[in-house]
Design a protein around this ligand. Structure first.
Ligand SMILES: Cc1cc2nc3c(=O)[nH]c(=O)nc-3n(C[C@H](O)[C@H](O)[C@H](O)COP(=O)(O)OP(=O)(O)OC[C@H]3O[C@@H](n4cnc5c(N)ncnc54)[C@H](O)[C@@H]3O)c2cc1C
Length: 471
């Protein structure tokens, strides 16, 4: 090990090799503080050549590498194990915008570019980069691609995978694969880009990417509406899809219980809909036509929804500040949960046609087996993506409750997900948190294929071992 540490200074400036405990500490835990690891060193390269040399050295010494971006991931993928033998490769110094190609409507960025910076650079050129999520001030595009992040605009623009046209990746051997191409069509055999997107640092290290840009919408209207049931919320979604088609850019659901928790920790974020209805839906329409056109369309659809008894109340944001406040209310649920203490998270997707039965049955089973639990259910309803989180009954210590109930609660939820032909990870990935769950729920053939890929691309198992899939 000492030999390896000594040789590191031949591939990276000494000041970017962190080995002291106090220097490594900020990189050793995840955002939820669920996983705390140890590392031999934290390395901060500034270009793909340095990444390549580091990986070659690690391969020679069989040292495992944990790639890391903003470490905002929810599944512990960017946190090392407890052995103290792995290195963390944090890409934050690789944060350059390499190119904005106006004609091609693409932006080429390095992996350590913070998502919000990328969005701002796009706006400066009159474009929209639509990937948007609560952690955008800290997460990085490499991490977004490695987790195939979703967020609030998937309904209209797709997830990180859909926004990516090309990648530069350092392989487990330390070779640099230059797939930096801004092509919307490329059928030259296997899609290597798609292999690395969503692989959570287990197949290669993403060092740069070509991402799609879109024309910046000039008008945006945001509304909060009250629904009495999940069935009417889905009927409302279908109505908006039919009438607003591609103008529909956001459709988020928040239950009464999740907004109560929000208000408890952030009293200024009270639900403007009186009486905090069972389901509050945040809807956003965006367009390149006049404000008036979109506003009229929104009002017409809401009128139809009232007449069909799909909604019982609605408030349209009168200005950008109010629209932002609606979105903050939605985004603060994650923060309110963190304030409240540890809970059991389930980031799941269910086909929209089964969502009503999933929620009714799972809620009933949960309340029957665990009386008093709080079901903090909210999410990107337009994508069928629920954050179906379980907090302990009031007054119970979350640590004690979770320790004894975590496994059976996950099993209950995931059995319901399977019954409904859903997925146990919609957008947060697998990391170390869901390693066993993936093995149990991916299906044997699919799981074996994943292992085959991992063995082929990383035969020494040095890239983020025991994350996603164990070989
Ligand atoms: C408040 C909050 C809200 C969130 N909301 C959402 C949401 O709406 N939708 C959503 O999808 N997620 C959400 N997340 C989760 C998280 O922000 C995303 O998973 C994000 O994409 C992670 O990016 P990161 O840079 O922090 O990656 P990290 O956490 O650093 O890493 C995540 C994984 O990717 C790997 N990795 C990182 N960089 C690279 C690289 N360059 N090459 C290869 N592998 C790499 C790591 O090894 C790890 O396995 C939220 C998180 C927070 C804290």
């Amino acid at each position: 090990m000492q030999n390896f540490i000594n040789q590191l200074s031949t591939v990276l400036e000494q000041k970017y090799i962190l080995t002291k405990d106090e220097d490594k500490a900020p990189y050793l835990t995840d955002w939820r503080k669920r996983f705390i690891g140890k590392a031999l060193a934290v390395l901060l390269p500034c270009n793909s050549a340095e990444v390549s040399n580091i990986v070659k050295l690690c391969a020679e010494h069989q040292i495992a590498i944990v790639p890391q971006g903003g470490h905002t991931g929810f599944c512990g993928g960017a946190t090392p194990d407890n052995s103290g033998t792995q290195i963390i490769l944090n890409l934050k110094r690789m944060n350059q915008i390499r190119e904005i190609d106006i004609a091609n409507q693409t932006i080429t960025v390095e992996a350590g570019c913070i998502l919000q910076t990328l969005q701002e650079k796009a706006v400066e050129q009159g474009f929209l980069f639509p990937l948007s999520l609560g952690a955008e001030g800290s997460c990085m595009i490499g991490g977004n691609l490695a987790t195939n992040a979703g967020g609030t605009n998937v309904l209209r623009y797709g997830n990180a995978r859909d926004l990516c046209l090309g990648l530069e990746v350092v392989t487990a051997k330390g070779e640099v694969w230059n797939g930096i191409k801004g092509l919307r069509k490329d059928n030259t055999g296997y899609d290597l880009r798609d292999l690395f997107v969503g692989s959570e640092g287990t197949l290669g290290i993403i060092t740069a990417a070509v991402m799609k840009l879109y024309p910046l919408p000039i008008s945006q209207w945001t509304t909060l509406v009250a629904c009495q049931s999940i069935a009417s919320s889905i009927a409302l979604l279908n109505l908006f899809q039919k009438r607003a088609t591609s103008l529909l850019t956001g459709f988020e659901m928040m239950t009464q219980e999740s907004l109560d928790l929000n208000e408890k920790h952030f009293p200024h974020m009270a639900n403007p809909l009186q009486g905090n209805p069972p389901f509050t839906i945040l809807i956003e329409l965006s367009d390149h036509e006049s404000e008036e056109h979109v506003r009229q369309l929104l009002e017409t659809i809401l009128e139809e929804a009232f007449e069909s008894h799909l909604i019982s109340n609605a408030v349209i944001a009168s200005n950008l500040g109010q629209a932002n406040a609606f979105w903050h209310m939605r985004e603060h649920i994650t923060l309110a949960q963190a304030e409240e203490g540890a809970n059991l998270k389930h980031d799941i997707t269910i086909p929209l046609s089964s969502l009503d039965s999933f929620i009714k049955e799972t809620d009933a089973l949960m309340r029957d087996k665990y009386p008093g639990v709080r079901i903090i259910n909210f999410g990107h309803l337009g994508d069928g993506n629920l954050h179906y989180n379980i907090a302990p009954p009031l007054g119970l210590d979350p640590k004690i409750f979770n320790e004894s109930n975590e496994k059976p609660i996950h099993e209950l939820v995931y059995a319901q997900v399977e019954r409904c032909h859903g997925s146990i990870s919609a957008e947060h990935g697998v990391g170390q948190l869901k390693l066993d769950d993936l093995r149990a729920h991916k299906g044997e053939v699919a799981h074996e294929l994943m292992k085959t890929l991992k063995r082929a691309l990383d035969p020494q198992n040095i890239l983020n071992p025991h994350k996603v899939v164990s070989i």
